[in-house]
Design a protein around this ligand. Structure first.
Ligand SMILES: *Cc1c(COP(=O)(O)O)cnc(C)c1O
Length: 405
C-alpha cells in the first residue's frame, strides 16, 4: 500500500495537524535496536520511541503475545473483566507496594486518574478545603488539561483559557520551599522521581525523604509519576524501589506496553476505594490486547537478567560518553539512572541539543533531547552491547560534526 500511495514526509504538512515537526525520514521497519527507513537506510535506536520500546522493536515475546491474543479476543469494554487484565493487575500488585490497579491507555490518562483520585480521597476523608496539589517546575505529567496544568512548564499549559485551580509549583529538589508550602490544605504532592522531559534530573535522596515526611505530617498523598522511569528503565522494576521511599499512588505507561498503548495507576486499597463504581472510567482501559502485551513485557523485564543488564549497560554508556567528552569537551556532566541518561551540554553548547540530535540522525543514530541543553538516551533495556558500541561510534561522529561547525 505504501508503495502505490507513494507516501512522503511532505504529505505530513498537508494532512496532519501541525503540532509536531517530525524528522525528514520515515522509518518503515524495526528489529531489536535497529530501524530502517523508506530508502532502506539503517539506524541504531537509542531513543526507544521516547522510553517506550523497552524490548526494542518487534521483540519475539511481544509479537507472539499480540498475535496470540489477536486471534482470541480484542476488546470487551469494562462491562466485563478479562483474563489478561486480571493477570497483569496481579503481576503489578505482586511486584510493587500496591494492592489495587486501574488501567488506562496513556501516561496522561493514568495521571489524570491519579489526580482525580487524590482529590476524591481528600474530599471524602478531610473535607472540601483539602484540594491543593503541589507539583514542580519542569515536571511533565502529560497533555490533558489537568495534567498539563500540574506539569511545570507554562509553555504547555498557557493559551487554552482558564486552568484547573489549586495547583502550586515549586522548585524541584528544594526542601526549604517544600517545607514552606505544604499545609493541611495539601491533598497531594506529585513528582517524577527523576524528571525526564525536564532534563533527566534525578531527585536527591534528601528531597524525597522530605516529600514523604511532609506528606505524612499533613495527611497528603505522594504521587510518583513513573511513566518514564517505570518498568525497568532505572534498573529497578520501578524507580521508587531505589529511593528508600514508597509513594501512595504510582503511574506507569510508556514501557509497560513496549510500544502498545497501555497505562496503569497503582495504589493501596484504602485509597482506591474512593473511586467507587461510576466515578471514573475509560472505554479501552484494561483491554485484552494491551494487557496481553503488558504481561509479556513484565515477564521479560522483571527478571534479574534484564534488570542487572540495565545497570551494566548504563556503565557502557557512561564510559563511551566520557570517552567522547575527553576528546571533544561538549558535556558538563552525564546524569540520570540506568538506561535513562542525559548528556548535559556545557556552557559553550548551551541551547544546541537539537543540533546534536540532527547530526546523529545523519550519522544513522536515533537519539532524543530533554530540553535545549540535554541529549537524552533511552534505548531498549536489552540493547546488545555491540549496538551500544556501534551507536556511540556514530554519536561520536555526530559530536565531531557539531564541534567542527
Ligand atoms: C511521557 C510522559 C507522560 C505522558 O504520557 P502520554 O502517554 O504521552 O500521555 C507523563 N509523565 C511522564 C513522566 C512522561 O514521561
Amino acid at each position: 500500500m505504501s508503495n502505490t500511495m507513494n507516501l512522503t514526509r511532505a504529505q505530513f504538512d498537508e494532512v496532519m495537524v501541525p503540532n509536531y515537526a517530525p524528522a525528514a525520514v520515515i522509518p518503515v521497519r524495526g528489529e531489536g535496536s535497529h530501524v530502517w527507513d523508506q530508502q532502506g537506510r539503517e539506524y541504531i535506536d537509542f531513543a526507544g520511541g521516547i522510553a517506550v520500546n523497552c524490548l526494542g522493536h518487534c521483540h519475539p515475546a511481544l509479537v507472539n503475545a499480540l498475535m496470540t491474543q489477536g486471534q482470541k479476543l480484542w476488546h470487551l469494554s469494562n462491562v466485563m473483566t478479562n483474563e489478561p487484565a486480571l493477570a497483569l493487575a496481579t503481576r503489578l500488585v505482586d511486584g510493587t507496594f500496591a494492592d489495587r490497579v486501574y488501567f488506562a491507555n496513556s501516561g496522561a490518562e493514568a495521571n489524570e486518574a491519579a489526580l482525580k483520585l487524590a482529590r476524591r480521597y481528600a474530599l471524602d476523608k478531610f473535607g472540601a478545603d483539602k484540594t491543593e496539589i503541589i507539583a514542580f517546575n519542569q515536571g511533565f505529567h502529560g497533555r490533558t488539561f489537568f495534567t498539563v496544568s500540574v506539569g511545570g512548564q507554562a509553555a504547555y499549559s498557557d493559551g487554552f483559557g482558564p486552568k484547573p485551580q489549586g495547583i502550586t509549583h515549586l522548585p524541584y529538589n528544594d526542601v526549604a520551599a517544600l517545607e514552606a508550602a505544604v499545609s493541611d490544605k495539601t491533598c497531594a504532592i506529585m513528582l517524577e522521581p527523576l524528571q525526564g522531559e525536564g532534563g533527566i534530573l534525578p531527585a536527591s535522596a534528601e528531597f524525597l525523604q522530605a516529600v514523604r515526611r511532609l506528606a505524612d505530617k499533613h495527611n497528603a498523598l505522594v504521587i510518583f509519576d513513573e511513566v518514564q522511569t517505570g518498568v525497568g528503565r532505572t534498573g529497578h522494576l520501578y524507580a521508587y524501589m531505589g529511593t528508600g521511599i514508597v509513594p501512595d499512588i504510582l503511574t506507569s505507561a510508556k514501557a509497560l506496553g513496549g510500544g502498545f498503548p497501555i497505562a496503569a495507576m497503582l495504589t493501596r486499597s484504602e485509597i482506591a476505594e474512593h473511586l467507587k463504581v461510576g466515578t471514573h472510567g475509560s472505554t479501552y482501559g484494561g483491554n485484552p490486547l494491551a494487557c496481553a502485551v503488558g504481561n509479556a513485557v513484565l515477564d521479560v523485564v522483571n527478571t534479574p537478567q534484564v534488570l542487572d543488564g540495565v545497570k551494566r549497560k548504563e556503565q557502557l554508556f557512561r564510559e563511551g560518553l566520557a570517552h567522547i567528552n575527553a576528546k571533544y569537551n561538549v558535556f558538563a556532566e552525564v546524569r540520570g539512572k540506568g538506561l535513562l541518561l542525559g548528556a548535559v551540554l556545557n556552557e559553550q553548547y548551551q541551547g544546541r541539543s537539537r543540533d546534536f540530535l540532527m547530526a546523529a540522525i545523519d550519522e544513522g543514530l536515533m537519539a532524543l533531547v530533554a530540553g535545549a541543553n540535554v541529549v537524552r538516551f533511552a534505548p531498549s533495556l536489552v540493547i546488545p552491547d555491540q549496538d551500544i558500541t556501534e551507536g556511540l561510534q556514530r554519536f561520536e561522529k555526530a559530536v565531531a560534526r557539531v564541534v567542527a561547525g
